[in-house]
Every structure is written in C-alpha cells, then in structure tokens.
Design a protein around this ligand. Structure first.
Ligand code: 6GU
Length: 234
C-alpha cells in the first residue's frame, strides 16, 4: 500500500515514518510513503500556496492551483482510491475507517492549513474529509501522520505476530485487557496470579472479563453497542 502526503510543511512528516514498525514495513516493501512539498507545485515566482480570502476576514486560504497541480502529477503516475483532506470539520476518524483505508492500494492525504483550502478543492478534488478528534491542531500534518500510522499498521506484513493488530483495543469493539511483565512482585505490588498459573483457558477468560469490565467502566458508549456475540467470544 502507498500513501502520498501533500503538505506545505513537509519537514513535520519526516520522523514519524523513519522508526520502528513503519520503518520496517517500508524496508519490507509492503508499505510506501512519500511526502510532497506543495510549494514545488506553485507556479508563482514567490512559490505562493495561500492567498487572502475573497470577501475579507482574517486568515489565509490554501489556493486551488498548486493543489490540483500536485494531485494531477501524482495521478499521472498511478491511480488513487481515495484523496483524503485532513480538517477539523471532517468525518471523525476511527478504527473502522482505518480498517477500510487499509484495504486500498494508493491514497493521497492533503494536509489542511491556515483557514483551510479553497472550497472548490473540497468539491472537486477530495473524496474523503477526515478529522482525528474534536480539538483543533495547528495544521493537518500531525493528523495525516496519525491516519497513516493507524492504516499502515493494518497492512499484512507490517507487524509481526507478537504485535498483531487483531488484539488491539477497538478491533473487536472492546478495550484491551491490562498486561504485566517481570518482576512478578514490585514494591509489594503483585501481578494477578492467574497470569502465572499456566492455565491458558483461564488466562483467556480472565483477559476477556477484564476487557468487558474496562469497556463498561471507561467507555459506556462502546459497551452499550456490544452484541451477545462479543460477550461470548474469546
Ligand atoms: Cl484533521 N486538522 C486540524 N487542523 N485540526 C484537527 C484535525 C485535523 N482533526 C482534529 N483537529
């Protein structure tokens, strides 16, 4: 899977893809990410990418021309399944959306900035408008990194069995159970005895109970959506 990210601050998007799981996924050749500097697609002498808003008011607006130039140059090389625009007024990103995007071959993410993009970009060039939560970021770059991370880690071959995406919180509608590692006692604080009982059936049962309890206490909204099926599985 390939993600092309269009940004006017591409430096913000270097580090997130150069470490750990996403670095290995790229080395393995199963995911590809390329960040494009919107300025490179401006046709003005000053490499302008934003301009004053028609009708006045504070805040600059991202111009349509450099954005269309960049998207067109990408589309000339391959076809894209989605062109995502990161914006606080977009649809809320969640695990279900991450799952859906992870099944696509090539996607573009356009990072919003300033007062946003010229509305005609949204009308004619964008297929999905996505927000990562109800708070305002100074730009869409960190949101793009969040989306790319959540999507890439679901691509087969990016994670090994140990870090399998299938045991994540949310993947089955439940929060993940607590985990422990050595030492078994620290400052007198003990690890639940069932975990060192060696009884795998009891351990799985305990983990499922813990997941249910956590979800009920911390996310009643998720808990109320659970089906009978989710109560008995695992
Ligand atoms: Cl996608 N962009 C910005 N600028 N702020 C946000 C956001 C996106 N999602 C939540 N807040």
């Amino acid at each position: 899977m390939r993600i092309d990210i269009i940004s006017c601050v591409p430096q913000l998007l270097v580090s997130p893809f150069e470490h750990s799981i996403l670095k290995r996924g790229q080395a393995a050749g199963v995911i590809e990410v390329e960040v494009h500097n919107l300025r490179d697609y401006s046709t003005s002498k000053q490499k302008q990418t934003d301009d004053y808003a028609f009708g006045g008011g504070a805040g600059m607006v991202m111009m349509i021309e450099p954005i269309e130039n960049c998207i067109n140059s990408l589309k000339a090389k391959r076809s894209y399944d989605a062109v995502i625009y990161t914006t606080p007024d977009g649809e809320l990103f969640d695990q279900q959306k991450a799952n859906q995007f992870s099944l696509l071959e090539n996607i573009i993410i356009l990072c919003g900035h300033y007062k946003g993009v010229d509305e005609r970009v949204r009308q004619h060039l964008i297929t999905h408008e996505i927000s990562i939560g109800d708070y305002v970021l100074s730009g869409g770059e960190l949101a793009a990194a969040v989306i790319a991370d959540a999507v890439f880690r679901l691509v087969p071959g990016v994670m090994n069995d140990e870090t399998s995406a299938l045991t994540d919180s949310f993947q089955d509608g439940l929060l993940a159970p607590p985990v422990y590692t050595r030492p078994a006692v620290y400052n007198g604080w003990e690890v639940p005895s069932v975990l060192s009982s060696g009884h795998q059936g009891k351990i799985e049962e305990w983990r499922h109970e813990q997941s249910l309890q956590r979800t009920r206490e911390r996310r009643p909204d998720l808990y109320s959506k659970l089906t009978d099926f989710q109560f008995v599985t695992k």
